[in-house]
Design a protein around this ligand. Structure first.
Ligand SMILES: [Cu+2]
Length: 291
């Protein structure tokens, strides 16, 4: 093969690669119709992951749930005659409704967890109003993920999130009205939600940029799957006042399970207690718009 042929060969290979390349980017452009799919393709973590799991305890005697006076709306009393406060749900010393999330940290290899992005799930998260009570009481969604709010009661509710970083809104939902679909565009941990009709109704929504969060169950357990190996600050957040948070340093290995148990209540002051509802954005991810 002479020199000229070689040059020609190299050139044609380069040209074919270019053509291939533009075909690919053509596909990606089409994907931008689903805004986060593109981010996911470009920035998602793809490697082995581990799990963070643990149990949230409540030390000492928990405050007894109080019966709620529902006389203002007889329908609430009829459907849910034993309605009680739900800010502290403790069973056998284990605390439910604690929001546990990876706040920050470094993935093995040196990149910050905030440098990765996750696709917005196409699935929706449901918040139901049933018996003049929000269910679930504490929940998480990803930024821009659909939140579907339903009314299972024969009365009118008025859903009213009071965020600090997102836009505030409130909306009435009569009995039998279709679901209200909403999303939050900015990460915020956590947004209190109230009902303007029933002052006792409260819920909390964590708006997250990553799915690295969980809510403790009635047995106090939680599990966060899909965590890239690395070292992280994990926060356990519990409602009350402006919220109380407990941080913990956690090391996650590939395919391993890191244990992180938390405790609230009396004598559980192993870590700082500070208001977290003031300005506690979730992991600060950089903006990943490509265009
Ligand atoms: Cu209500």
């Amino acid at each position: 093969m002479n020199k000229q042929t070689k040059v020609w060969l190299v050139l044609s290979i380069a040209l074919s690669l270019l053509a291939l390349g533009s075909a690919c980017s053509g596909n990606k452009t089409a994907d931008t119709n689903t805004p986060t799919a593109e981010n996911a393709a470009a920035q998602n973590y793809s490697g082995p992951t581990g799990t963070i799991s643990g149990v949230v305890s409540f030390n000492g005697t928990p405050p007894a749930p109080k019966k709620i006076d529902t006389t203002a709306d007889p329908e609430c009393g009829r459907k849910n005659p034993n309605l009680q406060t739900d800010d502290t749900i403790v069973k056998d010393g284990k605390l439910a409704n604690v929001f546990v999330y990876v706040k920050e940290g470094t993935v093995e290899g040196g990149k910050k967890i905030g440098e990765y992005s996750w696709a917005t799930p196409t699935s929706e998260v449901q918040l139901d109003q049933n018996g003049c009570h929000y269910a679930p009481h504490v929940l998480g969604v990803l930024v821009n993920q659909k939140l579907k709010i339903t009314n299972s009661d024969n009365t009118t509710h008025n859903i009213h999130p009071t965020p600090k970083l997102n836009a505030e809104w409130n909306q009435s939902q009569t009995a039998g009205a279709p679901a209200i679909e909403k999303a939050f565009s900015r990460a915020e941990v956590l947004i209190p939600v109230k009902c303007n009709q029933h002052p006792w109704m409260k819920a909390y929504i964590g708006v997250m940029k990553s799915p690295l969060f969980a809510v403790s169950s009635t047995d106090g357990t939680y599990e966060i799957k899909g965590v890239p190996p690395g070292k992280y600050t994990v926060i356990a957040w519990r409602e009350g006042g402006a919220g109380t948070e407990k941080p913990m340093e956690v090391t996650v290995t590939a395919n391993g399970t890191a244990k992180a148990d938390f405790a609230f209540g009396e004598g559980a002051a192993t870590s700082s207690t500070k208001p977290s509802l003031q300005m506690m954005p979730a992991i600060e991810f950089p903006s990943l718009h490509r265009h």
